[in-house]
Design a protein around this ligand. Structure first.
Ligand SMILES: [Fe+2]
Ligand SMILES: [Fe+2]
Length: 256
């Protein structure tokens, strides 16, 4: 199973969106032929109707199955009303082969921080099936992400959420929001953030990136694709059966 995890596209008519990078990124993405492309929010910058229309048009270039959740930017200016019209339910359980994918809307209208709340916690529990791997995907992060500035936007109920994730040994959680690719293993769980796919607001040398997640039996491997440099680098490898984790995430000194 191969999941392409992209995030923070930020379609808009101002300075956020980089169309050249987007087109290059999509051609790289389509060559990978992932089984699933997960987009972890911030498809727009201000949640405006013309941005939603723009994003919808742009996403037509991406081939394959898409799973999409909203980000904080998508919920601005009543954008939360538009998201389901353009991209479907914000919360869902989909099955892809051996994987049960639980998508969750973590954003609140006109707020940058987010929360999941009890109903989504129940949805997580509903997505846990015997003999299937549960993968969660939402926009905000549950633990602080290094190199992403002062911590402000972690979800309000991060403690409860992390407790459910760790107690149920959910192996993989995919998030975005911070515009920095990162991964960390806690107990039997791998928490992974994708960087920004096509937003000009990048941090230091991180640039525009997306993640490829290869799941082969008990091994989960995450590779970061640097779009501008057309380079890939393994970020982390996680063995589910023995809990071992070879963490090679790069830092800002180690330019890709
Ligand atoms: Fe963003
Ligand atoms: Fe965000």
């Amino acid at each position: 199973m191969k999941i392409a995890h992209i995030s923070d596209i930020h379609c808009n008519y101002g300075t956020d969106f980089n169309p050249k990078i987007f087109d290059k990124a999509v051609s790289m993405l389509n060559k990978i032929e992932a089984d699933l492309v997960f987009i972890s929010g911030d498809l727009t910058t201000d949640g405006l109707l013309n941005e939603y229309e723009f994003a919808k048009e742009k996403l037509k270039k991406i081939e394959g199955k898409l799973a999409i959740v909203p980000g904080n930017h998508d919920e601005r200016n009543l954008g939360w009303k538009l998201f389901p019209e353009f991209f479907g339910n914000t919360d869902f359980i989909h099955t892809y082969g051996n994987i049960v994918f639980v998508g969750l809307g973590s954003s609140e209208p006109d707020q940058d921080n987010g929360r999941l709340g009890r109903s989504r916690h129940k949805l997580i529990e509903r997505g846990i099936k015997k003999n299937k791997m549960t993968v969660l995907g939402f926009h905000h992060h549950v633990v602080p992400v290094p190199h992403s500035g002062r911590e402000t936007n972690i979800i309000d109920d991060a403690g409860e959420t992390l407790d459910i994730i760790l107690k149920n040994k959910i192996p993989l959680v995919l998030m975005g929001h911070r515009h920095v690719p990162w991964a960390v293993k806690i107990h039997k769980t791998l928490l992974v953030n994708a960087g920004t796919f096509s937003c000009n607001r990048t941090r230091a040398h991180y640039g525009n990136t997306f993640n490829i997640i290869d799941i082969n039996d008990d091994i989960i491997e995450v590779t970061v694709i640097n779009i501008r440099k057309d380079k890939k680098k393994k970020m982390i490898e996680f063995n589910l059966s023995d809990g071992c984790c070879d963490n090679r995430y790069y830092d800002v000194e180690n330019k890709m």
